[in-house]
Design a protein around this ligand. Structure first.
Ligand code: HEM
Length: 380
């Protein structure tokens, strides 16, 4: 039998629950804030025509990288370092895409610019929205949140805001700290490199993955970067490239250093075989990154527009040592906790295939910024 107290408490809870008004958008989507309706036509278009149901593939990787490069154009100490996630990377593409650290981001301009031109939402919002939607193609990602209503840039970010793969851990951590990110948040964000690859570090190769499973947001990236480097996927010796442990996989020098630096090695190792930690810490840090430099109080929470990502199977969530490798190949860096002992994947060592490049990433915008003309007019 319910006590009077329980009954009164239940009634109080019931009467406090304010009814939430829901708005049905023209296409049928239901949201709490009408402003979010503007995102549905964009969602439909990019799902069908930009990501084209290709899964966690090149377009999803490309949209994620540019979202970081746009957002990190910001400093908590120097207002001249940019205004964060503000679209400046495309709005001032002729300048920003010519910076060394943005080598390859021209791909994102070619991919996204035609869609930006066709929709009324701002450039900053489009970049972050496309990245969030792209992430939902990747099994293992927790549904990203999405805040809407960013202010677009009126000036470019200067050169020097984006970390470079040949910089040491100290320099990268200092740059990230200046932009407002802790070492833990940087490591969380670098889970992105589990669904990534390089085109330009080794100019003779294209789409060389950073781990052996670039189409799943799993913890293999954190395992494989901790293994002793023994080979290069190509001829090697390129600036910003370190030896990797798996044929066909490229290791960035920056990832190699952060995996071994005192400030980050234990944070790095904590992700190994801990899918829940990697996914939740990334979700949180990514939400913060997406609104860098923006006034959060002016943004509308439109997270409900973001689709649900596919689940990672229990088998795929289990980390492993690549064929032929074992815990003996680990370069232990975290001083306080031993590296987890993982099963070795059966079979002979194979070369991991490169990521197929989306032809839509080729276009008039070149890696030196020429042709990256932002001819999308936006109504304020
Ligand atoms: C220490 C900081 C970082 C450095 C030095 C770095 C460097 C790089 C480099 C050199 C590439 C390959 C570029 C090429 O050859 O085409 C790359 C790819 C990529 N990065 Fe990072 N990155 C960093 C952090 C991040 C963060 C925080 C994110 C996302 C939140 C991110 C997302 C990606 C993605 C998705 C790709 C693959 C792009 C593609 O396959 O098209 N990176 N990164």
């Amino acid at each position: 039998m319910l006590s009077t107290f329980t009954l009164l408490a239940a009634l109080a809870t019931f009467s406090n629950a304010a009814p939430t008004r829901r708005v049905t958008c023209p296409g049928g989507g239901v949201v709490s804030n009408q402003a979010c309706c503007a995102l549905y036509p964009v969602l439909e278009d990019i799902q069908k025509n930009m990501f084209a149901d290709a899964g966690c593939a090149d377009a999803a990787h490309t949209t994620l990288r540019v979202a970081f490069h746009d957002a990190i154009g910001f400093s908590t100490t120097n207002p001249k370092m940019g205004t964060g996630a503000d679209g400046s990377i495309f709005l001032f593409g002729q300048q920003e895409l010519g910076y060394d650290a943005n080598l390859g981001v021209a791909d994102a301009f070619n991919l996204e610019a035609p869609f930006i031109a066709n929709h009324s939402i701002g450039v900053a919002d489009f970049i972050q929205f496309a990245a969030a939607v792209g992430l939902t193609k990747c099994p293992g990602v927790l549904r990203p949140t999405f805040m809407f209503g960013r202010t677009d840039a009126t000036a470019p970010a200067p050169d020097g805001t984006v970390p470079e793969p040949f910089q040491d851990a100290k320099t990268i951590l200092a740059r990230m700290a200046d932009a407002g990110f802790t070492p833990a948040e940087l490591v969380a964000l670098l889970a992105s490199h589990s669904i990534a690859g390089a085109d330009d570090i080794d100019p003779t190769l294209s789409g060389v993955p950073f781990d052996s499973t670039p189409s799943t947001f799993d913890t293999q990236f954190f395992v494989e970067t901790q293994l002793r480097g023994t080979l290069f996927p190509g001829t090697g010796g390129n600036q910003g490239e370190a030896e990797s442990a798996v044929a066909g996989v490229l290791r960035l020098q920056s990832d190699s250093e952060l995996a071994r630096d005192n400030a980050t090695s234990c944070l790095w190792q904590a992700n190994v075989n801990n899918q829940a930690l990697m996914a939740s810490s990334f979700q949180k840090a990514f939400a913060k990154m997406q609104i860098t430099g923006q006034d959060a109080s002016k943004l509308v929470d439109c997270s409900e527009v973001i689709p649900q990502p596919p689940a990672l199977s229990a088998a795929d969530a289990k980390a492993f040592f690549p064929p032929g490798l074992s815990v003996k190949d680990v370069e232990q860096a975290c001083a306080t906790t031993p590296f987890p002992n993982l099963p070795t994947k059966s079979g002979a060592p194979e070369s991991v295939p490169s990521i197929v490049q989306d032809p839509a990433t080729q276009g008039p915008c070149d890696d030196d910024g020429t042709g990256c003309v932002a001819n999308f007019t936006k109504s304020a």
